[in-house]
Structures are given as structure tokens and as C-alpha cells.
Design a protein around this ligand. Structure first.
Ligand code: NAI
Ligand code: 15L
Length: 269
């Protein structure tokens, strides 16, 4: 497929969306922005809810690909997760199908497999085909998104790369994040790879930097052309000194999803 140029970026007002609005255009993308709240500094952004099918259909019309970040990004009630992340993602895929968009890059999450044990030294890294083990309704909605993506490939030939993002923030802020961190620059590199790789069908990748303490296997991301350049290890000494290692046997010590498995942060609204 020819390299996509015009992208719909949903969730453009959020943390990752704000970072990507700066970091994707240098790769040559023209961004159309969408969020349920106004996007600061972007008066042309589409303000629409993922529940609004007519608005989504108009928003996807004519774009080469969609980077779907919008939704509830923490734990919430099942009803709210259902509306924003499950029905909302379905609505977006239907709009994409109806308008003939070829590819979606879907923000999945480590929390789709959050109850997976993290590997100990010498054990194999977690592969992408490890079974779904969501740690929250939030993680469950990401499992749904990945399965929806598979269905739309098998049924309609709509391609998706599902990116199980670790922790995409300017810097890691916990010892767990030393394993999960996806630097903003590597996130843009990864999105570019997922948007330009040929014939992705539905591919699942993990999204993190080349962290010394990584728990999961980046090979499917690398196979798409992703070459991460950052490593959280530069933050390790200070973070370990400030916060200490998670207690042995705690959720942060045992599981990929860490504290989400026992005490997940909740969506504020
Ligand atoms: P965020 O919470 O900062 O941004 C999400 C955006 O989606 C917000 O601007 C919000 O207004 C918008 N939104 C929520 N419900 C909506 C609706 N019904 N219709 C339209 N827009 C709606 O989240 P962040 O951190 O930017 O994450 C982006 C995506 O990546 C999310 O899907 C999140 O689940 C996923 N992700 C993020 C990770 C991270 O480390 N930041 C880790 C794993 C996954
Ligand atoms: C996520 O899925 C969340 O959206 C993000 O806010 C972080 O909490 C991240 O996971 C994480 O596990 O650090």
C-alpha cells in the first residue's frame, strides 16, 4: 500500500495524542485531530464523542489511516468502559469500513495481558501470543479491541496493528516503568513503522523502548521496521534509590499489569 499521508488521530487532546501531534508531522503526516474535548491550540480539531457515528463517518472520510488513541485510559465502571472503549471502537471501525480506510493503528495496552507473570532473570520474554489476561474492565476493553481488529481483517480486509503500549510518558516515574517505558520519540518511531509496513493484516506488537529491564518480546514490532533508540536504564539508578524495588510478591513485582491488578487508578470523570 502507498505510504499513508493523511491520518485521523483520535484522542488528540490526551497525553499520548499531545506528544504525537508534535512528533508525527516531521515524518510527513498531515493530521486530522479528534477528541471529545477541545484540543488546546487546535481550533480545527473535530470535537466529537466516539458514540457519534455520523461525526465519525465524516471524520474518517478521505484519510489514509487512523491512529486510534481515544477512550478511557484507566479503570472505570463497566458501563462507561462499554460506551467509550467497546462501542466507541466498534463505531470507529464501522466508519472506517464504510469509508474504505485501509489501516488502523489501535492503542491496546499492557493491561490486556496484565495478569501475566512477568519473567524472572533467565526466563523467556513474554510473547505477543500469550493468552489475554486482562487485569481490569479497561484491560478487557483492549482485548475486545484486538479481537474486533482481527474480525475486521478476516471479514472486511481492514488492516490493523494493535500496539500494546507499556507506559508512554516523557520519563518513567516508577521502577515498574523501567520495564514498560515507551519514550515519546520511540512511540513516534513505532507508529511510523506500523503505518508504513507492508501487508500487516492484523498484527499485535508490544510498545516499549529498548529497555534493559524489558519483560516482553519486541520482535513483532521490530519485524515491522521498528528500531527503538531509547532505554529507560538511564533513569534506573535514581528511580530505584528514590522508590526502592516493589516488595517481593506484590502485584508490581509479580505481574505485567502491576498495581492495576489490585488497585487500578480510576478514570476521573
Ligand atoms: P488520555 O486519557 O490522556 O487520552 C485519551 C483521550 O481520549 C482524552 O483526550 C479523552 O478526552 C479522549 N476520549 C475519551 N473518551 C472519548 C470519547 N468517548 N470520544 C472521544 N474521545 C474520547 O490517554 P493517553 O495516555 O493519551 O493514552 C492514549 C491511548 O493509549 C488510550 O487508548 C490508552 O488506553 C492507550 N494506552 C496508553 C498508555 C500510556 O502509557 N499513556 C499505555 C497503554 C495504553
Ligand atoms: C495504561 O494502559 C494507561 O493508559 C496509562 O495511563 C498507564 O497507566 C499505563 O497503562 C501503565 O501501565 O503504566
Amino acid at each position: 500500500m502507498p505510504a499513508p499521508r493523511t491520518l485521523l488521530l483520535t484522542g488528540a487532546a490526551g497525553g499520548v495524542g499531545t506528544l504525537m501531534r508534535e512528533l508525527l508531522p516531521p515524518y510527513g503526516y498531515e493530521l486530522r485531530l479528534l477528541d471529545v474535548v477541545p484540543v488546546p491550540g487546535a481550533p480545527d480539531a473535530i470535537v466529537a464523542d466516539l458514540a457519534d457515528r455520523a461525526a465519525l463517518r465524516e471524520a474518517v472520510r478521505g484519510v489514509d489511516a487512523i491512529v486510534h488513541l481515544a477512550g478511557i485510559s484507566l479503570e472505570s465502571t463497566f458501563d462507561k468502559i462499554m460506551a467509550a472503549n467497546i462501542a466507541g471502537t466498534y463505531n470507529l471501525y464501522e466508519a472506517a469500513r464504510e469509508e474504505g480506510v485501509r489501516r488502523v493503528v489501535l492503542a491496546s495496552s499492557n493491561h490486556a495481558v496484565g495478569f501475566t507473570r512477568r519473567p524472572r532473570e533467565g526466563e523467556p520474554l513474554v510473547p505477543v501470543d500469550t493468552p489475554h489476561r486482562p487485569d481490569t474492565f479497561y484491560g478487557l476493553s483492549k482485548c475486545f479491541g484486538e479481537d474486533l481488529a482481527q474480525l475486521y481483517w478476516d471479514l472486511h480486509g481492514l488492516e490493523t496493528v494493535s500496539v500494546r503500549i507499556g507506559s508512554c510518558f516523557p520519563e518513567p516515574t516508577s521502577v515498574r516503568m523501567l520495564s514498560m517505558w515507551l519514550s515519546p520519540a520511540d512511540c513516534a518511531r513505532l507508529l511510523h513503522a506500523t503505518l508504513t509496513a507492508e501487508d500487516v493484516a492484523h498484527t499485535i506488537v508490544y510498545g516499549s523502548s529498548a529497555n534493559t529491564r524489558a519483560w516482553w518480546d519486541l520482535s513483532t514490532a521490530r519485524a515491522l521496521g521498528f528500531a527503538p533508540e531509547d532505554d529507560s536504564e538511564v533513569y534506573a539508578e535514581k528511580l530505584v534509590a528514590d522508590k526502592g524495588h516493589p516488595p517481593e510478591g506484590s502485584a508490581d513485582d509479580l505481574y505485567l499489569g502491576g498495581h492495576f491488578c489490585v488497585n487500578p487508578p480510576r478514570w476521573p470523570h
